[in-house]
Ligand binder design. Sequence first.
Ligand code: FAD
Length: 610
Amino acid sequence: MGFKTVFEDCDILVVGGGMGGTGAAYEARYWGRDLKIVVAEKANIDRSGAVAQGLYAINCYMGMQWGENQPEDHVRYARNDLMGMVREDLAYDMARHVDSAVHKFEEWGLPLMRDPKTGRYQREGKWQIMIHGESYKPIVAEAARKSADKIYNRIMVTHLLMDENKSNRVAGAIGFNVRTGALHVFKAKAVIVGAGGASHIFKPRSVGEGMGRTWYAPWSSASAYALPIMAGAKMTQMENRIVLCRFKDGYGPVGAYFLHLKTYTQNAYGEQYESKWYKHTKEMVGEYIDHHPTPTCLRNHAFLQEVAAGRGPIHMVTKEAFQDPHKETVGWENFLGMTVGQAVVWASQDIDPKYINPELTTSEPYVMGSHATCSGAWASGPEDLSPSEYFWGYNRMMTVEGLFGAGDALGGTAHAFSSGSFTEGRLAAKAAVKYIKEHSNEKINVSEKQIEDLRKVIYQPLENYQVGRNEIVGGTVSPSYILPIHGLQRLEKIMDEYVGGITVNYMTNEPLLLRGLEHLRILQEDLDHIGAEDLHQLQRAWELKHRAIASECVAQHTLFRKETRWPGYYYRGDYLRLDDDNWHALTLSRRDPESGEWTMEKAPVYHIVD
Ligand SMILES: Cc1cc2nc3c(=O)[nH]c(=O)nc-3n(C[C@H](O)[C@H](O)[C@H](O)COP(=O)(O)OP(=O)(O)OC[C@H]3O[C@@H](n4cnc5c(N)ncnc54)[C@H](O)[C@@H]3O)c2cc1C
């Protein structure tokens, strides 16, 4: 294919200019005044990533200046919500720095609401502060633009480049421009991956014309996991997928409703139902059900049980709160700042929450490491906090040298959200600068062959299409290739039916997982024959390949953890109880880049906060 090649040599390459990526670009410049800092983003950083549409709340702010919370409180909170399983060193490190990131956002022009009585930021809940956040993303993007030497928008990064002088060391990344098709080769001394989470790996509830609608951003295509996995990095907690309780059909957020408007849920008959499932849940998870606040997965569990018992749908009781004009305004504004679609759905379904209590639903599972769950790459913690097993020289560096991560990309750090992801980007960048300075005498080497081999692989879907389409005499089905949409639907169906999606009420077991892995292997074989008719489809093809690799990792982890740690997120039918004796541990995986074989192990959970 006759696409031109663009070479860029830099010190730090940031892959993905979302919350983590913009934080990384900003901080890299602070510590590395003389370094060349480049961002490669598949969309446009002004409106990319999970915050593209804006947010109504910053979900992670300690408020240390007013003594509201301390980092240890946040570690306890995240640990509790994740049924004990977080990297406390990473969580503490993020929490002790997050306030300063939020103060920067305000300085840069983000309107933060203030409590008129106290003058402090307006709290939505213990951790959340309310913002007029439609322009949140352009504001942090501006800081990144002013810091980086160059921002490359519209570059879909497909692979990391590896150093040929030193094994297990990253040397940059490669991808293509989704508009021009040009091949972009970035050689870099350190790479920070901030490429977001994974939606559309499980079949969504929205089907047909609504298929693109998911709770997590539909463009979060698992690159943050696939890129490190393909480079041989260790991953952690990939089984820890999240299922959200959200407003039906629009996936509209419920945080402001529960926390600020004090709305509550009830079953179809107007009954409170959560307490009914207390005894049943206690038998599964023991004392975790007595924790406060109740872990999110266990609230989901009660919801699912109540619906399975035939007393659905579950409603959010809005009729009372919406009688107050202030609360009514907040309820609507909450959507307008971040999920306009929910307001449109209600309008189209004749739902005025002042008179009708809207239905809630549980979403399909998503994989991510920054919201309320903590899947992602296994990374070193900070020097002053981490137990020796969790520390290998540079904060947020993965098990591949020179490769760092932030936000959804990193495992173990739940409840970081937008502000925490930005903070992690800053922490990763500071460490990456240190890494570069301490390895200044090392030269990275990326051979012509490595680039040429990848060039062939990257454009292969275009070739597959061009050659294969000649065999078609009518319609669009080819004997020689599959299209990205077909592959995506197949992936979603496999994950849904075998790995615990909505169709099976989030239930799986060993035989299902083993069969699911076989299906995923066959899918991988077929993905070598994926066909892309244009550059847009080439991007879809690569997003699918990334989703497929991440999905395999999710299935492997789910198979490995022989317990049901998070009822309400997923169930192992063959191990229906939480098993602290054997599984109070983090799960780790590594995929051998040569053979594609997976190795699994446990890592201890260190509680560094009482
Ligand atoms: C529906 C929803 C509601 C949320 N609500 C809140 C809230 O109220 N408050 C709050 O604080 N947080 C909220 N969050 C969480 C917050 O948005 C995330 O924690 C945060 O955006 C994660 O940052 P990140 O950098 O990991 O990923 P993102 O911000 O998603 O950025 C990832 C970036 O990588 C790019 N990218 C992906 N793949 C590639 C590739 N292959 N090559 C190049 N670039 C690539 C993407 O285009 C994107 O720009 C919400 C998230 C969602 C989805």
